[in-house]
Structures are given as C-alpha cells and as structure tokens.
Ligand binder design. Structure first.
Ligand code: HSE
Length: 403
C-alpha cells in the first residue's frame, strides 16, 4: 500500500481527495497496490467534510511519518509550499504538485533535490489543467528536437476573450462573469495580466529546451487593455484575439519566451480554442506540429492530472523516472524584442500617415467606426522597428499578429 498526504484543501486539493476516494478500486488495480489517503494538511477543520478525520494542521506530522511516501502539494504560491516541498523531499517523500508558480520559480532546485534523494517531483497538473502536456513533451516527443511551443495557457483569459468576441461584452463584464463561474483565480490579476500564462510557458520552455527559464526572463503582457473595438477590427480581418504563450529555441540555442495577446487567423486551430479550454501547439523536427487540447482549469480535470502523477510515483517507487532540465542563467534567454511578427495598430490618425510610416499595410474597417479611426496590419517586424516606424503616430492599440 502507498500512503499519501495532501497539502492544501482548496479547489484542487479537495478534488484530489475526491478522485482518490472515488476511484480507489481501479487505481489499486492499475498501480497493483492500493493508494490510501492518510492526511490532509489544512488551516481549518472541515467538520462537514467526509475527509474530516484526515485533517491535520501541522506539517511536521506528515514530514515525520515514514509511512507517507507521496505528498501532494496544492497550497499554491512560493511561501509555505516551497518550504514544505523542500522538507518533504529531504524527508524522503515523492512530491506531486499543481503549483505552477513554484515549478516556474524553483523547478530546477526542486528537481535536483528530488534527484539527489532518489525521488520523483512530478507536476503534470501545473500546465494545461487536465491536458497531458508535461509527459508528452518529456517522453512521447523525446526523439524530436523541439523548436517552438505556442499555446493558449490560461482558461480565464480565454473565457473572457471568447465572451468579448461572441457576446460583445466589454472586458470588465466578461471578467465578472468569469469570476462568478469560479474560473478566475482568487486574485484575477495573475490571470488577466498574463503572469499565470507566463509561469506555464516558462515550465514548458524549460522542459522542452533544457534550461530553466524564469518568469522574469519572459516578457509578459495581459489582456486588460484589449478593447471591444479591437475585437471587432480583428474580426473584420478574419482574426480572433487570443492570449498566447510562446517559446522558441533560436539557432544560437537561446530561448525566447513571452506572453502577449495576438490576432490569430480564424483558420488556425488555436483560434477555435474557446471558453476555458486550453490549446498548446508543439513543433518538432520529426513530428512537425502537434496540438494538445482540453480543459485547462477546473477542480476535477486538474485533480485527474494530479492523481495520475500520484499513480506514476507509486509505480516508480523503486525505478525513478526523472523529469529534468539544466540550470538557468542570464545567457539562457533573449527578449521578445528579437521576435518578428506582424502587428495590428489602431488609432485616431488618417490612413495616408499610416502608409507613409509602414508602406504596404492591410487596412481594416469595423462597422460604425469613427471617421478618424485607422486600423491596419503590418508586415512582420520586431517591436523596436515597429516603434521606430510608428514615431509619434498616436496609436491606441498595438497587438501582435501570429504569422
Ligand atoms: N487560473 C488558471 C486558468 C487556472 O484560468 O487557467 C489553471 O491554471
């Protein structure tokens, strides 16, 4: 029997407890040994919960119990979660997490610590919720040289943009709807300002390209400035606005990772990833392009990925299967200013001025646009070139276009 402790009893932690309880029979069959939930670390008692007898408030009970072999961390953040993860690994326990901030900020250190102690540190649920993506990148696509990852990595912002596009809701109302439906994080700023997607693209970039890429190395722009006018202009041009995380391996082996809204052609599979769904495209030299699609957030989809990792840890108690990447550093990544994309620009200036600044451009005209509004798409160029050409043209919106 493998005994498990869950740290954190919020949405994901309680989902993990439910899934382990609900599927105990089939889990035991698949792993060839029963998995028993022994403790749940929580700040409060939960007198009405069916798991109330498992609640403990002191981490050292878990840390010092030699029977606990797998610890699930769903606390979130990089405070107690980091401290307890280090201590659990030092105490000889495998750790499974859904905590993308912790993996993005401290993944290299924790993977090394796990390896030194001959343990697994697994984090399938940290990216894409229930979508298998960590294991496919590290195992199924291992024979490829991966060159690019590009995806919709945040369900909340994808929901907001979908509602802006489909229902014509302004950003604030669409955000409120996402909060009412429980999609947005407690503090939605990490979602809407792109930090959540940034952590996820950094994890994928580290895994795919082999060096730790830190969130501070990935330029990050959210969707708070996206206006309905932009959604409509994009629609006129046969495009949808999507928040994308991109990571590319350059020929000099440096990684460029960034998060920004993009106009995406309606024919692209990414344009058709809607609501809280995530879609992640991975490019490799042998495979070409593959896309992973599914529920990117939510209690049970995320719990499903966590429990699968628990099962994997349980199956590999003797023969460890390490996820790994190398150390990061300033030389590992370059700024998104090096990336050439097309650009969408909207502002109150006459069309000839745009032509003078950009030469050929593809002009867009939305219904009921004020006479002085000009919106257009440029040819691919870097941001510094864009800003140089723009000069003092008063642009209200500048958004990348996915080539
Ligand atoms: N807030 C995140 C999202 C949860 O909306 O995608 C899953 O990481």
């Amino acid at each position: 029997m493998i005994q498990v402790a869950i740290m954190g009893f919020g949405t994901v932690g309680s989902g993990v407890a439910e899934v382990i309880a609900r599927h105990s029979g089939s889990i035991a069959e698949k792993v060839a040994t029963p998995i028993r939930l022994k403790y749940i670390l929580a700040r409060h008692d939960y007198p009405d919960s069916p798991f109330r007898d498992l609640i403990v408030q002191d981490f050292s009970i878990i840390e010092n119990d030699p029977e606990v072999e797998v610890v699930v961390e769903t606390i979130g953040g990089v405070g107690a979660a980091l401290d307890y993860t280090r201590r659990a690994l030092k105490a000889g326990k495998n750790v499974v997490t859904s905590n993308k901030e912790l993996v993005a900020e401290h993944g290299y250190e924790l993977l090394q610590l796990a390896r030194r102690n001959n343990l697994n540190y697994l984090f399938e649920a940290s990216v894409g919720g229930g979508i298998p993506i960590i294991r496919p990148i590290s195992q199924c696509l291992a024979a490829n040289s991966l060159t690019e990852i590009c995806g919709i990595l945040n369900g909340t912002t994808n929901y907001i943009l979908t509602r802006m596009i489909r229902a014509g809701l302004p950003f604030d109302l669409a955000l409120r709807e996402a909060q009412e439906k429980g999609y947005a994080e407690r503090d939605p700023s990490a979602d809407i300002e792109g930090r959540d997607a940034c952590r996820k693209i950094c994890i994928l970039a580290s895994l795919a390209f082999g060096r730790h890429i830190y969130p501070r190395q990935a330029d990050t722009e959210g969707i708070t400035h996206i206006a309905l006018e932009d959604v409509r202009c994009a629609g006129e041009g046969g495009r949808k606005i999507k928040l994308l995380g991109r990571a590319m391996l350059r020929p000099d082996k440096k990684v460029c990772a960034y998060v920004a809204p993009h106009l995406v052609n309606q024919d692209s599979p990414l344009a058709n990833v809607e609501d809280v769904f995530n879609g992640i495209m991975v490019k490799g030299d042998a495979i070409g392009e593959v896309m992973f699609y599914g529920p990117g957030a939510g209690k049970l989809p995320t719990a499903s990925a966590v429990v699968a990792d628990v099962m994997d840890a349980a199956r590999h108690m003797q023969s460890k299967k390490y996820l790994t990447w190398g150390p990061g550093g300033d030389d590992a990544a370059v700024s998104s200013d090096t990336v050439e994309t097309g650009w969408y620009i909207r502002g109150a200036f006459p069309e000839p001025k745009a032509r003078r600044a950009f030469g050929e451009a593809h002009f867009l005209r939305r219904e009921d646009a004020p006479a002085e509004e000009t919106a257009f798409l440029t040819r691919p160029m870097t941001r510094p070139e864009l800003l140089r050409r723009l000069g003092d043209l008063p642009a209200q919106s500048i958004i990348r276009v996915l080539n």
